[in-house]
Design a protein around this ligand. Structure first.
Ligand code: M6R
Length: 608
């Protein structure tokens, strides 16, 4: 949801900024822009559309300015256009600002600034920031930024460049991520680590309310009260290559193929060698675990779908009632949450605004909050009482894949942990599940090696306007994710339905040749699913069934069958989603869609 970068040092800033923006383009690609100081002028270059348009605009020019800022946009206020692109400037061209977030009270501020004679050129909320700086500036950028912050409400990570103080960059964050990269004689800023990795591994991860002042040789950080903060250096452990395509055509395909390793890494160190117990390193005492009388899982999008699986699994294993709720709904519906509720928030990025707001609401109500996230030291990780990291590595494609399967693993781990501590389920049952968990990585690899059936299906059905995904129990939970994946990147309408619910209305949409993807991995519901498949076949739908190895009879009833290796019935989601990810991927490629950067979307949604 917008990416921002900053550079100050001895090198020409433009190539560094553009390279950084390239790494952050997954956060938004409606427009891109940079600002730098050259010849005692603030120069701004921006262009609607992807970064490549900006690159074309810059091509053939030599820029020697050594301090600058950059932005790649996911539009919120104001349509994608050259004028709405960041950086934004004040009337006289002394300040340039890049911003990720939303200034919620920008309208009254804008009116006030207009009454003071300021002239606006864009429809954005961000532009008020540049004019506020202009309004307040009396020779000290840091003091002016502090004054400005007191006027604004909302979420922001921003970097400011001031013509009168060309030797420093000022940055501040509130509810949107911002990271300082520490160099030798140069320093950097970025919304996310991949933009910094080719320059440095040493970083400061700014916390809410913190402000950073960068010169080429120093970085000072202040808290929201203006007090200096001693930041610990966070040394990035993963390799820059992990955030590259590594020979794959798209990040999404690479990330789908990284799932065996991601699954293994997420389990690593958390299962006892005898498969009898799970160690999650949580702060909870056994008594506290026993005190819980309810679980709430809240998240958005794919992470929410992982939560739907979590609900099934935790209710079955931990014997507690579990509610799962979309984060943007949770906080506004007065949920029944108190000190005896365990609230689990799930977020790949750890920065999703709705999820963060739900987390805060849960804490306000006294719940114990456990975060499942993929990003170390993200906002969600910092604010939760406990964190369970998914070790999926950086996920760059907008469509979430390896984050989802590792979130599923986290759901199993939590369920098993609770079952053990609360004496639910026999040891034999828990050992059986844990031993199967260990085998998932290898079984995922088998699925990845056998993608042929999917490609044939795609070739035959790539022009369909609409599809349906059906399943029961855990298969329904996975159907939700399969449908989201398909619509998100191939733009084919896809709807997930609890198979038994079809006949209550939606069956009216099933006509000759409509593809129905039927998930049939739950042995206990096999016969019921078969009846539902027959119902859609009777309306001449084309059925692609997804089942565990050995279900030979299915082929007699449906048009195509995809098999996944057999596993414990509770664990099938980790495997059954993989063919659905591949289906969405190949459909998108066949239809000429932009797989990694689907229209209207962004990876990290830091606005509500
Ligand atoms: O970073 P988060 O897990 O909090 O993101 C939540 C959703 O925005 C995300 O899962 C989204 O639905 C994916 N693009 C779907 O592929």
């Amino acid at each position: 949801m917008c990416g921002i970068v900053g550079y100050i040092g001895p090198r020409p800033a433009v190539p560094i900024l553009v390279e950084g923006l390239q790494k952050l383009e997954y956060r938004g690609y409606d427009s891109a822009g940079i600002a730098l100081i050259e010849d005692n002028h603030l120069r701004i270059y921006k262009k609607v559309g992807k970064l490549t348009n900006l690159k074309e605009k810059l091509a053939g020019n030599y820029f020697y300015g050594t301090v600058g800022i950059g932005h790649t946009r996911w539009a919120t206020h104001g349509r994608p256009s050259d004028t709405n692109a960041h950086p934004h400037r004040d009337c006289q061209g002394r300040f340039a600002v890049v911003h990720n977030g939303i200034i919620e009270n920008y309208l009254p501020i804008k009116e006030w600034l207009l009454s003071r004679g300021h002239q606006f050129t864009s429809e954005t909320d961000t532009e008020v920031l540049a004019h506020l700086l202009e309004e307040f500036y009396e020779g000290d950028l840091l003091a002016t930024v502090r004054q400005m912050i007191r006027k604004i409400e909302g979420s922001y990570a921003m970097v400011i460049l001031c013509l009168d103080e060309p030797g420093r960059l000022v940055a501040v964050r509130q509810d949107s991520p911002l990271i300082v990269g520490l160099g030798e004689g140069e320093n950097f800023l970025a919304s996310d680590i991949p933009a910094l990795l080719c320059h440095t591994r040493r970083t400061y991860i700014l916390a809410d309310g913190e402000m950073a002042v960068l010169t080429a040789d120093s970085v000072e950080v202040y808290d929201s009260q203006g007090q200096p903060v001693e930041k610990p250096v966070y040394e990035v452990k993963w390799e820059a290559a992990q955030a590259e395509k590594g020979g794959y055509d798209h990040f999404m395909l690479k990330e789908i193929h990284e799932q065996p390793v991601a699954l293994r890494d997420t389990l690593s160190g958390r299962l006892s060698p005898d498969n009898q117990s799970v160690n999650l390193d949580l702060s909870l005492s056994e008594d506290e675990v026993r005190q819980f009388n309810k679980i709430f899982i809240t998240a958005c999008g794919t992470a929410y779908h992982a939560g739907v699986v979590g609900k099934y699994v935790m209710e079955k294993l931990a014997g507690l009632p579990v509610e799962v709720d979309i984060a943007s709904e949770f906080r506004y519906r007065d949920p029944f949450v108190d000190q005896r509720t365990l609230v689990i928030v799930v977020s790949q990025s750890g920065e999703t605004a709705d999820t963060l707001a739900a987390l805060r609401e849960a804490k306000r109500r006294g719940a114990h909050v456990l975060a499942v996230t993929n990003v170390v030291d993200s906002s969600v990780a910092r604010e939760a009482d406990d964190v369970l990291y998914t070790w999926a590595g950086p996920e760059i494609a907008v469509a979430s894949t390896k984050a989802y399967t590792t979130q599923l693993v986290a759901m199993y781990l939590i369920a098993l942990y609770l079952a053990e501590k609360r004496n639910k389920k026999s040891l034999v049952e828990r050992v059986a599940i844990i031993s199967e968990l260990r085998k998932l990585a290898d079984k995922a690899r088998v699925i990845l090696e056998n993608g042929r059936v999917i490609q044939d299906f795609v070739a035959a059905y790539k022009h369909v306007p609409s599809t349906f995904f059906i399943g029961r129990g855990l298969d329904y939970a996975v159907a939700l994710e399969g449908a989201l994946k398909l619509k998100e990147i191939s733009y084919i309408h896809a709807e997930a339905y609890a198979a038994g619910e079809l006949k209550h209305g939606t069956l009216a949409l099933i006509t000759g040749g409509v593809p129905v993807i039927a998930l049939v991995t739950q042995q206990s519901l096999f016969e019921k699913m078969l009846s539902n498949i027959k119902e859609v076949k009777a309306r001449e739908a084309t059925v692609l069934a997804l089942a565990m190895d050995g279900e030979a009879d299915l082929a007699k009833v449906v048009d195509h069958v995809l098999h996944i290796p057999r596993t414990h019935e509770l664990l099938t989601p980790v495997l059954s989603v993989i063919p659905l990810q591949l289906l969405a991927y190949h459909m998108a490629v066949a239809r000429g869609c932009d797989v990694d950067q689907p229209r209207n979307l962004a990876k990290s949604v830091t606005v509500e």
